[in-house]
Every structure is written in C-alpha cells, then in structure tokens.
Write a protein that binds this ligand. Structure first.
Ligand code: ZN
Length: 146
C-alpha cells in the first residue's frame, strides 16, 4: 500500500538535501534517459496513458522549473512497501503544463514535480496539478505546505 507525506519548504531542508543541480546538464545522462524525459514532458506528442507536458518547451524554462522546485519546493515522501521515493513539488500558481490522456487534453496544470532529485543521471521534472498539494500539511510542523 502506498502512503504519501509532505514536508513544508522549511522543514524539507532538514530532511533531504537535494543535489547541487546548478552544475548539472539536466538532459545529459549518457544513456539518453533524461533527454527522453525532457522530450516526453515538453513536446505535444500524443502518447498512450497519462502524460504531462510543459507549455514552455525550452530547455532554459525546464531547467528553471527544476532549480526553483528543488530550492524552494516542498518535499513529497512516497512509501511503496519497502521502497521510499523522494520528490520535490512546487506550486507555480499559474499554468505551466497540460495533462493529456491518450493524447487528449484533460486539464491545465499549475505545479511542478521533480523526481529522483538525488540521482544526477535521472533527475527530471514534469507538470502536475496542485489540488492535493494545497490540502497537505507538513508532517513535521503541521503547517499547510502551501
Ligand atoms: Zn514544516
């Protein structure tokens, strides 16, 4: 069973330090993994299943979203059995992306999620919705994370 908890931006800094990403080429993993993720989440190519696509397709915008989210965002901790995933999330409060299902537009998205933030060869980002994030409280201090 999965469970998800959140830490506000202040408490997040005491739980998980992100990579120093300023020196990273965020599409640079040699196996092409990050470039594939960048294309998947910035191009309007119809794909099967759910896909989020940033409305700004440029690398500088994508990079800025990642920097902003890991430095100012909240920490999301997802427990999947014995496996724990750490993500950073940030509500931009304006449209940053669109959600598609099987290539059909579903909704605008106003937030950013950065996954695998401690792996320099896998860290990447996609847009997400803020509904759940706006309801979440910090596991440590109890305040709303946004
Ligand atoms: Zn807190």
């Amino acid at each position: 069973m999965n469970s998800t908890i959140y830490y506000c931006p202040e408490c997040a800094k005491t739980i998980k330090q992100p990579l120093n990403i300023l020196d990273l080429n965020l599409t640079g993993s040699l196996d092409g993994y990050q470039l594939n993720k960048f294309y998947k989440h910035t191009l309007d190519i119809p794909m099967k299943g759910y896909t989020s696509s940033f409305v700004d397709h440029s690398y500088p915008a994508y990079r800025n979203y990642i920097v902003e989210t890991v430095t100012s965002g909240s920490l999301e901790v997802v427990s999947k059995g014995s496996k724990i995933e750490y993500n950073f999330v940030f509500i931009e409060s304006k449209k940053v992306g669109e959600l598609y299902l099987d290539g059909n537009f579903l909704s605008d998205e106003d937030s950013i999620k950065v996954v695998l933030p401690n792996n320099p060869n896998k860290i990447h980002a996609y847009s997400t919705g803020s509904l759940g994030l706006r309801k979440a409280n910090c596991k440590s201090c109890g305040k709303k994370i946004y």
